[in-house]
Ligand binder design. Structure first.
Ligand code: HEM
Length: 170
């Protein structure tokens, strides 16, 4: 893939040039790419107002924000787990909770896609990046079946031949 942005301009604008995305899924893994593209969140301390959960301090702007909407890091009250594995409760039987932060939440109505559609888009995008990282894989898998088939036939014929040879000794 050839990008239209020059390396020098990118360094000037973002402080770093984007790596070759053709190989990103092979270097980082497809699950990393999938999660990376879904976990941009608002962070006003950053140059482009966004940060990333799996790649903290990423220089890339959130180019998919219009589709996903404004995603923020939020805190939630979560139940405390007791020693017996169940939810801890107070004397009146109400669950005891504690505040836990680091949850992602998309502000409703701010993106043109809903959560499911956006996830599907990222799934397709990740699949595409995985494909371009190793386009021959599909062909290798196809040929692989012929190789397996060949070995099955070859092994069968060899063992039949072996049995024939054995007859001469007995
Ligand atoms: C849908 C389009 C895009 C996809 C799928 C994408 C994907 C990625 C991925 C997977 C990385 C992490 C690579 C790594 O470090 O291993 C990355 C980094 C980066 N991307 Fe994008 N990108 C897109 C669009 C853009 C655009 C439009 C820009 C700038 C105008 C941009 C700028 C950057 C920069 C500067 C980095 C380096 C981040 C750093 O190392 O801190 N990206 N991109």
């Amino acid at each position: 893939m050839t990008g239209s942005m020059s390396k020098d301009s990118s360094v000037e604008w973002f402080g770093v040039a984007p790596p070759d995305l053709t190989l990103v899924s092979r270097v980082r893994g497809d699950d990393w790419v999938y999660t990376y593209l879904r976990t941009f969140y608002e962070d006003s301390s950053k140059q482009y107002g966004v940060n990333n959960l799996v790649y903290p301090g990423a220089a890339m702007p959130n180019v998919l924000a219009a589709l996903q909407g404004n995603q923020q890091l939020t805190c939630k009250q979560v139940p405390i787990i007791a020693n017996n594995g169940g939810e801890k409760r107070d004397n009146s039987g109400n669950p005891v909770t504690k505040e836990k932060c680091g949850f992602l939440n998309v502000e409703e109505g701010t993106g043109s896609l809903n959560q499911e559609e956006f996830d599907e888009l990222i799934y397709d995008l990740t699949n595409f990046l995985t494909y371009v990282g190793d386009p021959d894989k599909v062909e290798r898998e196809r040929i692989g079946w012929y190789v397996v088939f060949f070995f099955i036939i070859f092994t069968t014929l060899s063992s039949l031949l072996y049995r024939e040879y054995q007859k001469d000794y007995h």
